[in-house]
Write a protein that binds this ligand. Structure first.
Ligand SMILES: [Cu+2]
Length: 236
């Protein structure tokens, strides 16, 4: 199985496997005996059609096939909710950025420890190209949790961080949030995932994930981030 290098994508990917295994086991437990009984007890010429098949309930069985599914449902619900909670709660040490969506682009603000904006990156609308200029990419450090505070200037957009498999609406007049962590340096897509007008299909940008030292240097403006080929990331 492919190693997932981003959160919360990794947890959901594991959850899919768990749900799949449970579903396949239940399918086999129900369908295999089902097919067997259909063949074994099918009508054969010469048999009486009515009267022979009255059965009375078996309390042990009834209890068993009520309790087991109840336990399965409770376990899956608790397990899935625990992931959902982790997904909604950014780690304490997360770096905070502010991203504002507009028709059609993004403005990303980087903050210092006091919450002052120290750097701003704006991705602007270009209907003629799928290339994102180097200085318009959203840069974040690899292996560190990033919490994004989201809002919009005009209509509802949605900030979709593709490698992390997470999306959240950007609503004018409201601040929403999500967090993600990408462990593998590289370049990944960010899309608007809420139809927001004629420029929607060109409302995207690149997330550039770089080693932490390189990120700090970039933030301070000491060096520009060198263009880097994607390694093990999303197909661009
Ligand atoms: Cu949009």
């Amino acid at each position: 199985m492919e190693e997932v290098f981003a959160y919360p994508a990794k947890w959901w990917s594991e959850a899919v496997t768990v749900w799949l295994v449970v579903a396949v086991v239940i399918y086999l437990v129900v369908a295999v005996p089902g097919i067997y009984f259909i063949l074994k007890y099918r009508f054969k010429p010469g048999e009486r059609e009515v009267g022979d098949h009255e059965k009375h309930g078996h309390w042990g069985l009834e209890a068993l096939w009520t309790i087991i599914p109840t336990i399965i449902v409770l376990v899956l619900a608790t397990y899935s909710f625990a992931i959902f909670k982790k997904q909604r709660t950014a780690p304490e040490d997360a770096m905070v950025i502010k991203v504002t969506g507009f028709m059609w682009g993004w403005q990303t603000e980087y903050l210092d420890e006091k919450g002052n904006v120290i750097k701003t990156v704006v991705t602007s609308f270009n209907p003629n190209s799928y290339e994102v200029p180097e200085d318009q990419k959203i840069v974040v450090p690899a292996g560190k949790p990033v919490k994004a505070l989201l809002t919009s200037l005009d209509v509802i957009h949605s900030f979709y961080v593709m490698p992390a498999r997470i999306t959240e609406d950007m609503v004018p007049g409201r601040i929403t949030h999500l967090w993600f962590q990408i462990n593998e340096p590289g370049e990944y897509w960010i899309f608007c995932r809420e139809f927001c007008g004629t420029g929607h299909s060109h409302m995207f940008t690149k997330l550039k994930v770089v080693p932490p030292e390189q990120f700090t240097a970039w933030l301070k403006g000491e060096t520009s981030v060198a263009s880097k080929k994607v390694e093990g990331g999303e197909e661009l």
